[in-house]
Ligand binder design. Sequence first.
Ligand code: ARG
Length: 511
Amino acid sequence: MTGLGFKRWLRVGLVFGLSCLLLFGFGSLNSSVSGVKKTLTVVTEPTFAPFEFQSGGKLLGFDIELVNAIAAAAGFKVRYQSMPFSGMIPALQAQSVDAAVSAMTITEERAKTVSFSRPYFKSGLGIVVRANNQDITNFESLKNKKIAVQIGTTGADKAKSVPGAAIRTFDDTPLALQELLNGNVDAVIHDQPVLLYAIKSRNIQGVKVVGQLLTEEYYGIPTPKGSPNLKLINQGLTKVLANGTYAKIYTKWFNHAPPSLPEKLPFQQEAVQPSGSAIFTSISIILRSLPFLLQGALVTLEITALSVVLGLAGGSLLGIVRLSPIMPVRWAARAYVDFFRGTPLLVQIFMIYFGIPAVAQELGFTFTFDRLVAAVMALSLNSAAYIAEIVRAGIQSIDPGQAEASQSLGLSSVQTMRYVIFPQALRRMLPPLGNEFIAMLKDTSLVAVIGFEELFRRGQLIVAENYRAFEIYAAVAMIYLCLTLLSSQAFSWLETRLNPIQQLKVKVGKM
Ligand code: ARG
């Protein structure tokens, strides 16, 4: 860069920096001028009717109306942001948001990382089963049964205490309930008011709530530890409780008068997070979770291997069919490739796992999916589309003169493909196949949505318990990296193995 150019850039930089400073200065000045309300970012997961849900693009529910009332009473504005329930505590901990309203139960464990407002709702866990189920009548009869829960909830915690139960965790409540409707699990443990509302007012038929409430819980509004907004929220809440607004909102959503609420939390809440030696705790957290994560890595490898073998078989066939002289056949293969390449894998997984059993039930027969089968099916159907293109490209890259030559030597077209074209094409296909394998290895993380406990899901499960998002996801990323590096190493080795010239060099070297 010339001296002149540098000076010009320096000037532009200075002007830009100064204007930013001015803008920011004004911004903060503005908000501190009295009369201008401050805006709090509040996260919510709107799939939890009647507390928070979306209808016609609008955010509705008891929690939302309550927070709006609190904001009006305490004099602040609210900006809602949608976020998965299991991500809320880590987000509050990172101070990237100001509060959460999501029917979150106040627990002592959570209160170690966030600060809760005073209780605003009395709730408890319940059990829901299919209407024709006779053998589950209470908590004890859940023994050895399959239970679906939402990740990171108190329901998920409770399910862990059922002896011999197979627990499946889902990202949100509708998915857990769908799992019950599809007959893949025997019961769902979740917040009773939500279960009752789902049965009464939503489109969920064929299920019933059984037994008594399993727990008594209180919901609170969590804020980051030491947040100055907590006082504001508590003041607002106390006001709306006293002036009758709370009772009005409550009766509107639950058709009866509210029960009385305790004023305080049932335990002492620390104002700041207890800190230990940061690096030391991080390392020990990672080490403790490693065995559980590595088991997940094995599952990841297992689904990858199965899907690659099936995808390779299907993809090779499709790739050859794509070159068929018969037009309709060629077009059918093309349509397959276009569909599976042109729609997101995540959507395909949902369609297969949740969609097919639901359609089957509508048609009058019961059909449930084993999760491994569904996961491998989705991954191999998808990768077959990509592999088909790799195979086609590989075959087409071989000079047509070779086919002519082998046919003139008297080889049949199958023999030509098997002995002359394919072995050469395979070598050219290896690098893109390696890419596909690595892509597939990483894409297996998507099957976490059907509750499959592979590597990524196991990471999520640990974070849902200890809220150490950074350490755990870093460990998960490292394990994925090791797996992909190992696979690319394996592919390089294969490439050398299949390269006749390299092989010759090796042999000559040995002589
Ligand atoms: N009350 C339960 C808990 O705190 C479940 C809350 C789930 N909320 C939601 N918006 N999905 O664990």
